[in-house]
Ligand binder design. Structure first.
Ligand SMILES: Cc1ncc(C[n+]2csc(CCOP(=O)(O)OP(=O)(O)O)c2C)c(N)n1
Length: 800
């Protein structure tokens, strides 16, 4: 696209027509905002306002809205002058009616929702649907054209904005940061986005810190700080601070236009120099605007003798008793009429030409930008054949490999084939998670100083490492929602830092499914590695499989959880996830050397079914039901299950044991509960309909009970899993403490089998003795017993 470098003065200075347009548009947006909050009739005030015109429940947020609309109006003018592609992210997303009003004035809203037409009837529908049953949410939600950021859970506006512009050189993300929002941990950490933004190949973020002074019911820290401290803080983060303050009109229009022009010209200077190779490589000082304007600006100054505008009292609905209080009703009418709606909308109720002129052309309207409907821009990844990265597995459970290393090699080649369409996001653990092969083709992105000791760090890098799960997760969301692919790889326990983002993104994807105009976007892929079971060295703080629990409570149309037990299944699962759209895919596998079970061909077949019987591991001959089913999902518990089955095979050969492995956790629920749910016939084929199942699970045991609910005789599932018995110990001791060790599973099998063959009592006693030996051994030797540490099916002598 062509960005026209505007004459700085032309952009910075408003002529009369500019001013008239901005003023009319802003008045119209504010009018429509208030209409959405209050009115269910008489949308154009063509008759005196009465109580019947007022909604029974007054919902929504006025206070932030006039500021959001003012900014929107000015950015639209900038776009008209320059052709700049821009996406608007409202941090205080509770100002939803302002962004809905903007889309409506730009015509996009009626294009998408034809019933909400640009006439009186459509305006009435616009008002009635807001925050109503069957209508639209009060925030800048999925339903809002032009939005990739709901702003419901505050704190993520900058992370989404930075993710949106990565590898998106022509895009400018306008990110409005609320002063309350700026108090959140994620937002405070996200100013650092500039340290990872390359002006040559990435777009730009323009943060606009909106210091309107207050939150729901109290002052905001940055608004009350000495302005020098605010300046120092933001400069310290690397920004060039441009300030606009006041409530005078048209003065504020003039000053904001000048500030925006200054900011944009500065951005273009930075980008033009970088793209012309005139960049010394140091981190640019990007502009940032601090806007100080009153909360609830243009609203009623006082209500019941108390100041409202400029205070926290304007946060939500400044006049609350309108239906029953004639004075409030009169005040509301005066307030609405102060925008002079009769000048803004024509006889049919459509916005007048002056207002329509304010909108940029076509897709340049921020409410229509395809960047905010990223599925429209999504290109499939050019994926290598994952089978080429296979680990050779001549015999099951005989050799060990670091499975995630293979995934790293796959991602290395995805980077090469997709130079602007794929990124890995990781909180400082790419090497630790054995994904370091990506560094063969890409450094980590870093715009701060690089020293000779740094390895794989540089301004051209595209591996995103920042020690902030919030940043990693949010950047990937922004990257995904604008149509690009990636993966967030993190230590399993610390995925809980960003778990709330996972949940919020899941909600976004769920809602998007109901909107045919929202094209599907690349899935959010999360790799949980350095798992609970193998954080024996780091201890209890690093042992927490909580994210699985969160994700599986999300609705089936978005949530997917995969527990590949080895490298080949991991490769097959990863390939599937990289091809998928609009899901949250959680993949759980540890990074340590681990037993390998399946050849690539077997892995592909196993993953396609999601679960299957591992005949080679058990003593089940398929002619009749087994005596016990040993099921497993997760790498470490799979090893313990296979080991338990081997012990039973050797020491209790009369017992018929079936081993079932589950890769796709969502095959366990009934099909009516999840689209991946296996058929009842397959479920019975695997688990029978009456034999007891000892299910050993990577996560919390309750999850399996939840998933098999409603399956034939679900009570027969005895689940072992992580029961918060963590500490700093040996790998095997983690399984002992959590009662998932092979010895526990053998005893469980004996205790629950339909038939107890001769020798069972002795075997249980042997297991108890082994556990006692283990306990003494690790205290003395500080490592696991060799027969456990080096165990494989080869050492215990079995064939596939
Ligand atoms: C993480 C989070 N905590 C609490 C809330 C509840 N909440 C909604 S709006 C708001 C105040 C927001 O203040 P600010 O960001 O300054 O926005 P503005 O003043 O522009 O409305 C709060 C605390 C929330 N939405 N998200």
């Amino acid at each position: 696209m062509t960005v026209v470098v505007s004459e700085p003065r032309a952009l910075a200075e408003l002529d009369d027509r500019d001013l008239a347009r901005l003023d009319a548009w802003w008045r119209a947006a504010n009018y429509l905002t208030i209409g959405q909050i209050y009115l269910r009739g008489n949308p154009l005030l063509r008759e005196p306002l009465n109580a019947e015109h007022i909604k029974p429940r007054l919902l929504g947020h006025w206070g932030t809205s006039p500021g959001l609309s003012l900014i929107y109006a000015h950015v639209s003018r900038l776009i008209r002058h320059t052709g700049q592609q821009a996406v608007y992210l409202a941090g205080p997303g509770h100002g939803g009616p302002a962004l809905v009003a903007a889309g409506y004035l730009e015509g996009t809203y009626s294009d998408i929702y034809p019933k909400v037409s640009q006439d009186e009837a459509g305006m009435l529908r616009l008002f009635r649907q807001f925050s109503s049953p069957g209508g639209i949410p009060s925030h800048v939600s999925v339903t809002t054209p032009g939005s990739i950021h709901e702003g419901g859970e505050l704190g993520y506006v900058l992370v989404h904005a930075f993710g949106a512009v990565m590898d998106n050189p022509d895009l400018l993300a306008i990110a409005v940061v609320g002063d309350g929002e700026a108090e959140t941990g994620p937002l405070e950490g996200s100013w650092k986005g500039v340290s990872f933004l390359n002006p040559a190949r990435d777009g730009a973020v323009l943060p606009i810190l909106h210091l309107n002074g207050a939150k729901i019911s109290g002052p905001a820290v940055l608004a009350r700080k000495n302005p020098n401290e605010v300046r120092d803080l933001l400069r310290g983060h690397g920004y060039d601070v441009i300030e606009v303050e006041g409530d005078d009109l048209p003065g504020m229009h003039h000053r904001f236009a000048a500030a925006l022009a200054l900011a944009w010209n500065r951005i273009r200077e930075i980008q033009t120099a970088a793209r012309a190779d005139e960049w010394d490589g140091s981190r640019p000082t990007w502009p940032l605007i601090v806007l100080r304007s009153p909360k609830g600006w243009t609203g009623p100054d006082e209500v019941d003798g108390v100041t409202v505008t400029g205070t926290w009292r304007s946060h939500q609905v400044p006049l609350s008793g309108v239906r029953d209080n004639p004075e409030h009703l009169a005040l509301l009418e005066r307030w609405l009429r102060s925008y002079r709606p009769e000048e803004l909308f024509d006889a049919d109720g459509a916005p007048i030409a002056l207002i329509r002129e304010q909108a940029p052309e076509g897709d340049l309207r921020m409410s229509a930008t395809p960047h905010a409907n990223g599925g429209l821009l999504t290109r499939d990844l050019d994926l290598p054949d994952f089978r080429e990265y296979a680990v050779d597995v001549p015999r099951p459970a005989a050799g060990r490999a670091e499975s995630t290393r293979k995934l790293g090699e796959l991602m290395r080649d995805i980077y090469t084939r997709n130079p602007d369409n794929f990124r890995l996001f990781c909180p400082d653990e790419t090497n630790s998670n054995r994904l370091g092969a990506v560094f063969e083709v890409s450094d980590r992105a870093f715009m701060e100083q690089v020293t000779p000791d740094d390895v794989a760090i540089g301004r051209d890098g595209r591996v995103m490492e920042v020690l902030s799960e919030h940043n990693c997760h949010g950047w990937l969301e922004g990257y995904n929602l604008t149509g690009r692919h990636g993966m967030f790889a993190t230590y399993e326990a610390f995925a809980m830092v960003s778990a709330s983002q996972t949940i919020q993104h899941g909600k976004w994807l769920q809602e998007a499914r109901h909107l045919p105009w929202r094209a599907k976007v690349p899935s959010l892929n999360i790799l949980l590695t350095s798992t609970a079971w193998r954080n024996d060295h780091n201890g209890f703080s690093h042992q927490g499989p909580g994210l699985i629990q969160n994700v599986l409570t999300q609705r089936g149309d978005v949530a997917r959880v995969y527990l590949p037990p080895d490298a080949n299944t991991l490769l097959s699962v990863a390939d599937h996830c990289f091809r998928s759209r609009s899901y949250i895919n959680v993949i759980v596998i540890d990074k340590q050397p681990q037993l390998q079970y399946l050849s690539m061909a077997e892995a592909v077949e196993h993953c396609a079914r999601g679960a299957g019987i591992w005949q080679w591991a058990g003593t089940d001959d398929d002619t009749s039901d087994p005596d016990i089913v040993l099921a497993c999902a997760g790498d470490v518990v799979t090893m313990e299950t296979v080991a338990a089955a081997q012990i039973l095979k050797q020491r209790l050969p009369g017992l018929k044991v079936r081993v079932v492995n589950v890769v796709d956790l969502m095959t366990l629920p009934r099909r009516k509960d999840h689209p991946h749910g296996m058929s009842e016939t397959l479920f019975t084929e695997l688990f029978t309909d009456s034999v007891d199942v000892i299910f050993s699970f990577h996560g919390y045991p309750g999850a399996i009970h939840q998933l098999v609910h409603g399956r034939p005789d679900a009570d027969r599932f005895r689940v072992r899993g992580f029961i918060e018995q963590g500490t700093t110990t040996t790998p095997f001791d983690m399984t002992v403490r959590n009662r998932t060790s092979r010895y526990h599973l053998v005893m469980d099998a004996i205790n629950n089998a339909g038939r107890v063959p001769h020798g069972a009592t002795e075997l249980k006693a042997w297991c108890e003795a082994q556990l006692a030996r283990h306990e003494a051994y690790i205290v003395e030797h500080l490592e696991d017993m060799p027969e456990v540490r080096d165990w494989s099916v080869r050492t215990s002598g079995s064939n596939r």
